[in-house]
Design a protein around this ligand. Structure first.
Ligand code: TPP
Length: 341
């Protein structure tokens, strides 16, 4: 059974968070995670209606990484992502309506109906680019950090990828280059232990990913990816390092996806992972454990949570209605954004 708990500042350590953070901030993190969960569940509920014209890779179970990370970033910092984009886009304040339009292949989608779920971009908030090619965004993020360095911009680049991303050659090249140039970049590895249905142990020798990354000569840490505050603090430190010229950081955050690699629903019954393993991780759901901490600390009540839930669902239903009422692309739109010399 794979489990990882961030012991120093784990769930037990949350009590101390009261003194370190403002109450509104602590509640905001909860709302942001709940909002992503509810949006994902609604996408999943409607997926088989076949109105969304896109593959999907849900982040249910992995909300704390996106929310904790983006809470430590400025709007002007750039975020890059992989095929599992929804949490990153929403946590970076990407526009929900434009996201759902994109997923319904409508012309007013965030990338004009060209990209679908795997290419959610909103440059107005620093959601800078994604790649469905495993590790494809990693060198792009390193390149954007080099730009910031050369142009003297006070800007940090962050790139999210999964554990399989560490197996691509370009990741090694990017870590090496980032170390050499002391680039203001954060490599954020969400280690959910599977690449589609292949467990980590069938793909990599026994090792700890963050220690492997440290071998490139950059700061490297592991944090509990189900603990939004641990993620926030790790990214805050990495951002500080990057802004002060201290160079790159690699963050490994063990997480678990509660759903199939792609599409709606869970696929554990196909036998590649143990349902008991899934259940063990569901027990440390990032949203429920955090809610218990907030409730015990007197920062939220069940009634307030229900109110928040209702408020978010109003927003979500309105955004779906908007997407479904939005225009489809037309034949003439095929020729937009095409360049030739
Ligand atoms: C270079 C490349 N190889 C294979 C694929 C097919 N593929 C798509 S997603 C995926 C699994 C990626 O796993 P990971 O990077 O750990 O992210 P996760 O899906 O677990 O979030 C694979 C192999 C691809 N898109 N690109």
């Amino acid at each position: 059974m794979i489990r990882y708990e961030y012991s120093e500042n784990g769930y037990q350590g949350w009590g101390a968070a009261r003194g370190r953070f403002q109450d509104e901030f602590l509640v905001r993190l909860f709302r942001d995670m709940l909002r992503i969960r509810l949006i994902e569940e609604e996408i999943e509920r409607r997926y088989h209606q076949d109105q969304m014209k896109t593959p999907i890779h849900l982040v249910i179970g992995q909300e704390a990484t996106s929310v904790g990370c983006c809470a430590a970033l400025r709007k002007t910092d750039l975020l890059y992502s992989s095929h599992r984009t929804h949490g990153n886009y929403l946590a970076k304040s990407g526009d929900l309506k434009a996201m759902l339009c994109e997923m319904h292949c409508r012309i007013n989608g965030c990338v004009g109906s060209r990209g679908g779920s795997m290419h959610l971009i909103d440059k107005s908030v620093g959601m800078a680019g994604t790649s469905a090619i495993v590790a494809g965004a990693i060198p792009i993020a390193a390149g954007s950090a080099l730009t910031a360095q050369l142009q003297g911009l006070d800007r940090v680049s962050v790139v999210f990828f999964g554990d399989a991303g560490t197996e691509e050659g370009v990741t090694s090249e990017s870590l090496n280059f980032a170390a050499l140039k002391k680039l203001p970049v954060i490599f954020f590895c969400e280690n959910n232990f599977y690449s589609v249905q292949s467990p980590l142990a069938t793909r990599q020798p026994p090792r700890e990913i963050y220690k492997w990354a440290a071998g490139y000569g950059i700061a490297s840490v592991r944090v509990d990816g189900a603990n939004v505050l641990a993620v926030y603090e790790a990214v805050r430190e990495a951002v500080k390092r990057a802004r002060e010229g201290g160079g790159a950081t690699f963050i490994e955050a063990p997480v678990y996806r509660f759903r199939a690699h792609g599409g709606a629903g869970d696929d554990s019954h196909t036998g590649y992972r143990d349902t008991a393993e899934l259940k063990a991780w569901e027990e440390v759901c990032p949203i429920e454990t955090y809610f218990r901490f907030l409730a015990d600390a007197g920062l939220i009540t069940i009634a307030q949570r229900e109110h928040m839930h209702a408020e978010i669902m109003l927003e979500v239903i309105e955004a779906f209605d908007y997407a479904l009422a939005s225009p489809n692309p037309e034949e003439k739109d095929l020729y937009a954004h095409i360049y030739s010399d």
